[in-house]
Write a protein of this length. Structure first.
Length: 574
């Protein structure tokens, strides 16, 4: 309504040009889609009316025009999401959409309509009881590095500067325009789906914590949250114009077998600079780019730009902005390590932040227990590294064919990979390393004499390219090594009925890092203390005794070879 009287012939032409661009964009975006987009923008100007329903905002360098098509073939409520509006513009909305929570576990919160102004994340709600919201401290923190001191624990408790609630009236007073005067709301949508990582570099710059905690937990959470079986996405209310989550080409819910969650548009490392999320071997960046090639990464400096853009600009004589703005995130997953540690599963059981995300989604039926949920990621990185994983039988469904009763198949071939750490600081007694290699070689030779295709790889990861590492790990049935970052590669393994990780600890030592992760991905894990092993649910208590980090870790090779053989031959009680 607002622009009708101002539309000149030149403007009208620009509308047409803009609409054509949108059409071409949609046509290009839909190329190769499995679902056919039903949104079309009709060409003739006469069909462009200025109604509110379906807005297409076309920004040209000289002009901004809000136009609406009369197309009505898509509805948010339709069971098959289809391509909908292109850009969300809240500039002229009388009601700024309220925040809702799609899914929440300690440290993991998926929001619809999250706002940020002056560095504070705002939850916009008219519900003054806040009954539908978790405690803020279970969602976020100040993002400081963690140390185990009472002062530091207190300093990580979030304040109202980190996250706060805001009522619709206050939001309108703060960010709303007077639209009787044609003013726009100062609320700017950050299109697409956003990952907000609130952690400092302390744990980000480490392959295990980045890939096997942060990305693994992120994927478990978004995979589960969007999975139709959980109903989480459909039960969280949303105004019809806010359909970004469904506005994604590869989001396909036609059947459970081909389900994928929608792609995420950007990751923002709120408290990390550009080096802070990179590890020294370079696996974090390799993994992130291989698996999410289109993901845009923003770091702290970019977040500061966004913060600065929301506050009145005091520089110059004539500031044009006298009130603040807000950014609007239609879909955002906020992760916070300190908040995850305030949860029971992470804080007292596993010390894994990802465990909060995974357990929540298992409980909601969005994530299976055999690692199928991680398949998209695994396969993406295999493709990137040109790995040719051993052909595996597909997952078997239990008799009623249900998603949650998937069962793993037997491996096509048997590959044992021992990651040697003999040139690293934490390592085996050299003789014991040699004894282990001999015992494994004897095992594999014996199996070959029996006519079986068993393969043994003894690898030093630091001497291999990343692609080579992925290729070896992707076909490994057993991954074996001393406790350490190299075992993070277990995330690349294809789970089968006998897949397992064998982790050698200094006797008396134990940590959940690879143990929990192996099981979350559908594989068994064995902790070895020299000639003895433990497995879930009888794993030892977490402990880091003297010698844990040392260069004299003992292991009795024949016992490990026997364990490996028994696991591969189904001789162990499950
Ligand atoms: C923005 O936040 C800072 C604290 O982080 C505060 O000192 C400042 O007053 C705020 N500015 C506005 C415009 O609200
Ligand atoms: C997908 O899985 C859920 C839960 O296992 C089931 O209820 C639903 O019927 C399945 N849908 C299809 C299309 O198979
Ligand atoms: C490891 O186990 C072997 C075989 O039982 C034993 O001979 C050896 O003394 C053990 N080593 C240590 C350090 O306990």
């Amino acid at each position: 309504m607002f622009f009708r009287q101002n539309l000149t012939r030149r403007d009208a032409l620009l509308v047409m040009v803009g609409a054509s661009c949108v059409y071409l964009f949609l046509a290009a975006a839909s190329y190769g889609l499995q679902t056919t987009p039903t949104l079309t923008v009709e060409g003739p100007l006469t069909q462009i009316s200025l109604e509110r329903e379906r807005k297409i905002v076309t920004m040209l360098s000289t002009l901004t025009v809000t136009a609406t098509t009369t197309e009505t073939t898509t509805h948010l409520a339709s069971p098959t999401p289809t391509l909908q509006s292109t850009l969300i513009d809240l500039g002229l909305e009388p009601d700024i959409p309220e925040t809702s929570i799609v899914a929440h576990a300690p440290g993991w919160t998926l929001f619809r309509n999250l706002y940020m102004s002056n560095g504070t994340l705002f939850l916009l709600t008219s519900d003054s009881s806040l009954a539908d919201f978790p405690e803020i401290r279970m969602m976020t923190s100040t993002g400081l590095e963690a140390q185990n001191t009472p002062e530091n624990i207190a300093a990580r408790e979030p304040t109202k500067e980190n996250m706060d609630f805001i009522s619709p009236a206050d939001a309108r007073a703060r960010w709303g325009g007077d639209y009787t005067k044609g003013e726009r709301n100062r609320v700017w949508t950050v299109e697409g789906n956003t990952l907000l990582f609130n952690d400092p570099p302390q744990f980000l710059n480490h392959y295990y914590h980045f890939v096997a905690e942060l990305l693994l937990g992120t994927w478990a959470f978004i995979y589960g949250a969007f999975h139709p079986a959980t109903g989480l996405m459909s039960s969280s209310s949303s105004p019809p114009s806010i359909s970004a989550a469904f506005n994604q080409p590869s989001f396909n819910v036609q059947d459970n077998a081909t389900y994928q969650p929608p792609p995420f548009t950007r990751a923002i490392f709120i408290h990390s600079d550009t080096h802070g999320w990179r590890d020294s071997p370079g696996f974090n960046a390799y993994f992130l780019r291989a698996v999410f090639p289109a993901l845009t990464v923003e770091v702290q400096r970019d977040w500061e730009d966004r913060v600065m853009a929301t506050v009145p600009d005091k520089s110059g004589d004539r500031s044009t902005l006298t009130a603040d703005r807000a950014w609007h995130f239609p879909i955002a997953l906020l992760t916070d390590r300190s908040a995850a540690h305030r949860g029971v599963v992470c804080g007292s059981q596993t010390q894994r932040t990802a465990a909060e995300a995974w357990h929540y989604m298992v409980d909601n039926g969005g994530v299976d227990r055999v690692g199928a949920w991680w398949g998209n990621i695994r396969e993406a990185i295999w493709r990137f590294a040109s790995a040719t994983p051993i052909a595996q039988a597909p997952l078997k469904h239990a008799s009623d064919g249900k998603f949650m009763d998937l069962q793993l198949a037997d491996p096509g071939e048997t590959v044992i990979t021992y990651i040697s750490r003999q040139s690293s600081r934490r390592r085996l007694i050299q003789e014991d390393h040699e004894g282990l290699v001999t015992a494994l070689e004897e095992l594999v030779n014996r199996k070959r004499q029996e006519g079986k295709h068993w393969e043994l790889n003894i690898v030093q990861a630091e001497r291999m390219t990343k692609d080579e590492q992925v290729r070896v790990m992707s076909k490994s049935t057993i991954l074996l090594g001393v406790h350490g970052n190299g075992l993070t590669h277990l995330v690349l393994m294809q789970p089968t009925r006998v897949s397992a990780v064998v982790e050698i600890f200094f006797p008396g030592g134990f940590a959940h890092d690879y143990e929990w992760t192996s099981r979350a991905l559908g594989m068994r894990h064995f902790s070895v203390w020299n000639d003895t092993y433990f497995t879930h649910p009888n794993e030892p208590r977490v402990d880091y005794p003297e010698g844990f980090q040392g260069i004299s870790i003992p292991v009795y090779g024949p016992a490990v070879a026997k364990l490996v053989e028994d696991q591969l031959e189904h001789k162990l009680p499950s």
